[in-house]
Design a protein. Structure first.
Length: 488
């Protein structure tokens, strides 16, 4: 693979490229789902291909191919240079890359069990057992389960001398139970909605999640929501569980700090950003308790945003995004670092597979846990009147990531520090900076979970990327509740 990559770079250099890098990616994925006792989808796919990214005449060119023959390599490299020269005709300024010392490195996701050593038959057997448990509860009308495994092996070689070989594993699993009654549908998901929990681990994650053990409880909760009262409307203190808070971080912190959105280089999928450059180190993003980092390092945890090097050879880093409430950092690349006064990339450029141009993507964007010992039950006990909301059901946010509304699957009304009743259809809305400034309590490390979001879409053509979001249950004061299900 190293020889193949160097051959492509030599061709690009000969044709006039001043910089070039090549990524060769071999990808293996397995995806299995069931629905009401039957296998609804099953796929096991592999792909391999290469891409060439070059600078010529001060502009980018990119080309990719699934053919690794010598003739195809030469044609792909030549096409990348040709595209760069065409792009240069309309460039506003030359692309300048922040310096980065080239390295030679090997890295593999730490894992205990290669998920592809577990047979498809065993995978399906587990899913059907969970499915059966869900449907054993009277009132459940639809049960869905899923298992997903990925292995991505990548070779990165640059004209500056970098050679990086990375192998990344990820595993995901989850299920949901639906209960249809009258004109209402209620849903409960485990361990999270929209695919469950995903991490950069092997099959050991499936064992850790205890899928079968929790199925009956989840089904009963879905049915029970039909007998619950509607979540009250008004202004309340709210407590978000860690999974819902993870999505809140993703939408109202993660996306607006992507520097390409800020600079107007990327505006698809509800994207520009309210975080214009003048706000850096000046905007009070949240209360003094809010500390958010973008951390791709292994020591942060097995998040979907964890790696050793990004897709332009920059080592994984931890970037302070919000520090004691103050906005302190963006997600950057070698091309964009200079716009925020940095002389080094933040190491966040990533691509979906071998046939896409890498772009700035979230790594693990996490809210750090509280410093003082505080459990969820203690947080509830210190709340006089509020709503605990759990597991995302819906979300909406404007194109600058400023005004938002979220709905959750289930909630608890809190009075006098105690849970008094389950409520259905809880929702809340707000403005990003006002919301984060209302945070007044965060549970401690014991309650902190690094959640995986496997389906973050960005770009056109769309690229789907995995990101991580660490959070512990947290309380926000005087939030507007109930507008998503307002009764007329």
């Amino acid at each position: 693979m190293k020889h193949v990559a160097h051959w492509a770079l030599d061709v690009a250099t000969t044709r006039g490229a001043t910089y070039g890098d090549t990524r060769i990616v071999a990808h293996h994925s397995r995806s299995l789902t069931t629905k009401n006792g039957k296998v609804s989808s099953a796929s096991d796919t592999e792909s391999v291909g290469m891409s060439v990214r070059v600078l010529a005449d001060g502009a980018w060119g990119f080309a990719a191919s699934d053919n690794l023959s010598r003739a195809a390599l030469e044609a792909t490299a030549a096409q990348a240079v040709e595209i760069a020269r065409a792009s240069a005709r309309v460039r506003q300024r030359d692309v300048v890359l922040a310096p980065e010392k080239p390295v030679s490195a090997e890295w593999t996701t730490p894992h205990k069990i290669d998920p592809f050593t577990i047979s498809v038959a065993q995978n399906i057997d587990l899913l059907l057992k969970v499915d059966s448990e869900l449907r054993a509860v009277a009132g459940v009308t639809l049960a869905e389960t899923n298992l997903n495994f990925n292995r991505e092996e990548q070779w990165f070689v640059s004209s500056e001398g970098a050679y990086i070989h990375q192998t990344k594993y990820s595993t995901g699993a989850g299920y949901c139970a639906y209960a249809f009654a009258g004109n209402e549908i209620q849903k409960r998901s485990y361990p999270n909605s929209y695919g469950g929990q995903w991490q950069n681990k092997g099959y050991e994650l499936i064992e850790e999640l205890k899928l079968l053990e929790n199925a009956r409880r989840i089904a009963e909760e879905a049915v029970g929501l039909h007998h619950a009262d509607q979540c009250p409307e008004g202004t309340f203190d709210i407590i978000l569980d860690s999974s819902q808070l993870g999505l809140q971080i993703h939408e109202s912190v993660g996306h607006p700090i992507e520097l390409d959105r800020v600079l107007g280089m990327e505006a698809n999928f509800a994207g520009t950003s309210f975080l214009t450059l003048d706000k850096l180190r000046k905007l009070q993003y949240g209360s003094e308790l809010v500390n958010v980092v973008a951390d791709a390092r292994q020591e942060h945890g097995p998040g979907l945003g964890t790696f050793a090097f990004d897709d332009e050879g920059v080592p994984a880093q931890c970037t302070p995004i919000i520090t004691n409430g103050l906005f302190t950092g963006y997600l950057s690349s070698r091309e964009t670092a200079h716009t925020i006064g940095e002389n080094r990339s933040g190491g966040t450029l990533r691509a979906e597979g071998w046939n896409h141009l890498p772009m700035i993507r979230m790594t693990n964007i996490s809210l750090l846990p509280g410093q003082k010992p505080l459990s969820l039950e203690q947080l509830i006990a210190s709340t006089d009147q509020g709503i605990l909301m759990q597991t995302n059901r819906s979300w909406s946010i404007d194109d600058k990531r400023y005004n938002f509304q979220f709905g959750c699957e289930t909630g608890w009304e809190i009075k006098g520090g105690k849970r008094v009743r389950v409520v259905k259809n809880p929702s809340y809305s707000g403005i990003t900076t006002e919301f984060w400034n209302s945070l007044d309590a965060i549970c401690s490390r014991d309650e902190w979970t690094l959640w995986g979001t496997p389906n973050c879409g960005k770009g056109q053509p769309q690229q789907v990327m995995g990101t991580g979001h660490g959070a512990a249950p947290s309380r926000f004061r005087r939030i507007k509740v109930g507008s998503a299900y307002k009764q007329n």
